[in-house]
Design a protein around this ligand. Structure first.
Ligand code: GLA
Length: 369
């Protein structure tokens, strides 16, 4: 793609949303995940300023205007995602940024657990670095974006989303090891396998700042402390470890994470061998684990998963942080119409608006347009 620096010095950068195929709530437990980048992207056209201010506009959202020397607490609402990035980059570069006008547009559905906010943060980070003429290695940039999210926006999220967005490649799944912060690009040739990945948003609102996410994270920390390990990743014998956890809720939270890590590893093995269809049952097992053990699903999402399976999906699960959000389903190409119909019927039967259904392929990570 042609790189654009216009005569006014503006630059265009974009970052995708992400879907996590499997491996949720494992990242902050130093575990494994298998996300990929969506074709839908957030695009930022950034023009330089020199007066120490950043302005940001995005469709109908309230325009933002703040000082580049911003610190946590200054800016709230959607603009906090932008300001948080300016803050971490200023700290990383040793001085506040010179300033920028940012015109933002996004195709990533909001509120569906597809990481629209991280997509925004990553696109803004790259655009602001581009204007400053600076580069930061992608693994380090993911950590900076996480810091913006944790310490400026106030969501205690892990590294999964930024890593998927910044480090994914087209036609590949990204096998992420959160402890070592490594990414292996695993080929995912859906056409060759006669498969389609559908993202189904049944419109269950999804929020990560209201305490559910944080309480799950705390439960995992409690489990690790009770087991005497630094993180659940360090558990070698899953059954023995679970047997020693006496509190039922803590044990079920830990069981999700521990079994999810194994499911990711199995999926990676199968995908490396090109057996993508075999990922289906593992995805469905992952959903059951979230629904029953981690208890971060909601009935609207469970119904969409069941409908997708009844329509012929090989596997389906909620993707992302949960408490609502979207479902990812692995579907034989010829079953796509039946799956679409089944999820639409399930929503109509529950008196809900028609779900959005996207047909997605693993796409390129964030970069300059
Ligand atoms: C959200 C967070 C990620 C990760 C997922 C659950 O998307 O931002 O860090 O914890 O939830 O896997």
């Amino acid at each position: 793609m042609a790189s654009t620096t216009s005569s006014d010095g503006s630059q265009t950068w974009s970052a995708p949303g992400r879907v996590n195929l499997i491996g949720d709530h494992t990242d902050y437990n130093d575990g494994f995940a298998l996300p990929f980048a969506l074709p839908q992207r957030t695009t930022v056209v950034a023009s330089p300023r020199t007066d120490g201010r950043i302005t940001a506009t995005s469709g109908d959202l309230e325009p933002a205007d703040f000082a580049t020397g911003t610190t946590p607490g200054d800016v709230s609402g959607w603009a906090a995602y932008v300001a948080g990035i300016a803050w971490v980059l200023g700290e990383r570069l040793g001085a506040p940024l010179a300033g920028a006008d940012l015109v933002i547009s996004s195709e990533v559905p909001r509120g569906g657990g597809l990481s629209s906010s991280h997509s925004l943060e990553c696109a803004v980070a790259l655009a602001l670095l581009g204007l400053a003429g600076e580069e930061v290695p992608r693994d380090e940039l993911a950590l900076l974006v996480q810091r913006a999210e944790n310490d400026y926006v106030g969501a205690p999220t892990g590294l999964l989303d930024q890593t998927a967005i910044l480090r994914s490649s087209a036609d590949h799944l990204s096998f992420f090891d959160a402890r070592d912060r490594t990414v292996e690009a695993v080929p995912c040739d859906l056409d060759a396998a006669g498969l389609t990945l559908l993202v189904i948003d049944p419109h269950a609102p999804h929020v990560l700042t209201d305490g559910g996410y944080a309480s799950r994270r705390e439960a995992c920390e409690r489990a690790a402390a009770a087991l005497g390990v630094a993180s659940l990743r360090e558990v070698a014998d899953v059954d023995a470890a679970l047997a020693t956890l006496t509190d039922d809720e803590t044990r079920r939270r830990a069981r999700h994470v521990l079994t999810e890590n194994h499911r990711v590893l199995e999926c990676v093995d199968l995908a490396r061998r090109g057996d993508l269809a075999a990922l289906g049952p593992l995805m469905t097992a992952s959903h059951a684990s979230m629904r029953d053990d981690f208890e971060n699903s909601v009935p609207v999402v469970d119904r969409a998963v069941e409908a997708a399976l009844a329509g012929g999906a090989l596997g389906a699960r909620m993707t992302g942080g949960g408490f609502g959000g979207a479902v990812v389903a692995l579907v034989p190409r010829d079953a796509v119409p039946a799956v679409r119909e089944a999820v639409a019927r399930a929503s109509a039967g529950a008196g809900l608006a028609a779900p959005d259904v996207l047909d997605v392929t693993p796409s390129r990570g964030a970069g300059r347009d």
